[in-house]
Each structure stands twice: as C-alpha cells, then as structure tokens.
Design a protein around this ligand. Structure first.
Ligand code: NI
Length: 140
C-alpha cells in the first residue's frame, strides 16, 4: 500500500552532503530523497538488529572521534567507567593531530553491550561507530 509522504527539513554539514551525493550518484538513485529513505531504512534495521543483542556476548566496539571536541573525552570516560564490569580491554590509537581511534573489547550481557554502544553513538564528535557481536561457542 502506498504510504503518504511527509516532508522534513534537515540541516547537514556540507561535507556530509557532498559525500552522500557522491554515493547515491554512484549507486544510481533517482533522487536524493530516495537515497535518504534507504539510509533511514538501514538505520532502522541496524537498530532492530541491536535490539536483538542479548544473552552472553563478546563485543567489539570501534569508533573514531575528534579529541578536541569540547567535553567529549570526559563524557566518554564517564561512560566507560560505568561499564567496567563488561570491559575487557581498550585500545587507543592517535590517528592525526585531532583524530583518535578507539576499540573497546567487551564480554558480558548483550543488553549491556548494546547499552554502552548506544550511549557512545549518541555523543557529539564520535564518528564511525561499529559494533560487532559474537555469541561465544556458536559454531556457524
Ligand atoms: Ni588519541
């Protein structure tokens, strides 16, 4: 069934829009709107997948961030200190003058792993967050 369409106005950094337009051109989308609809569907699928992360899990949470972003380092530290029971290790790499990469290795309840990932995703200045989860002992 055809859904009614709603119009929204979105403010985006110029470089994000340029990159997005490059991708939708390469992929052959007929319009920017169609690309944005697809991106939102992907975001919703990712959220749904995250919602199913529960039970005993190993998690690999990776991200990049700008360490000069005001308040970010202390906010990140506060979150990491709230999840010490599931944090096994963390690796920090200084990529350039401003950019850092961090990988946090987690083991514990999937809901907790999801929770730390969601808190970090929501921080301003954190980019490229990826969460991979593994069910220990699963032989697929
Ligand atoms: Ni660094």
């Amino acid at each position: 069934m055809e859904q009614d369409l709603s119009r929204i106005g979105v403010s985006l950094p110029e470089n994000l829009l340029v990159k997005f337009d490059e991708i939708i051109t390469k992929r052959g989308y007929s319009s920017r709107s169609e690309g944005i609809r697809d991106a939102i569907r992907g975001y919703i699928r990712y959220y749904d997948w995250m919602s199913e992360v529960q039970g005993d899990r190993i998690g690999i949470l990776s991200m990049t961030y700008d360490h000069s972003q005001r308040g970010l380092l202390s906010a990140l530290q506060d979150i990491e200190h709230d999840f010490t029971s599931i944090t096994r290790s963390a690796v920090h790499v200084h990529i350039s003058h401003d950019e850092c990469m961090e990988v946090i290795l987690l083991h514990g309840d999937g809901k907790e792993i999801k929770s730390i990932a969601e808190k970090i995703i929501a921080l301003k200045g954190v980019k490229n967050v990826k969460l991979t989860t593994i069910k220990p002992g699963e032989d697929l």
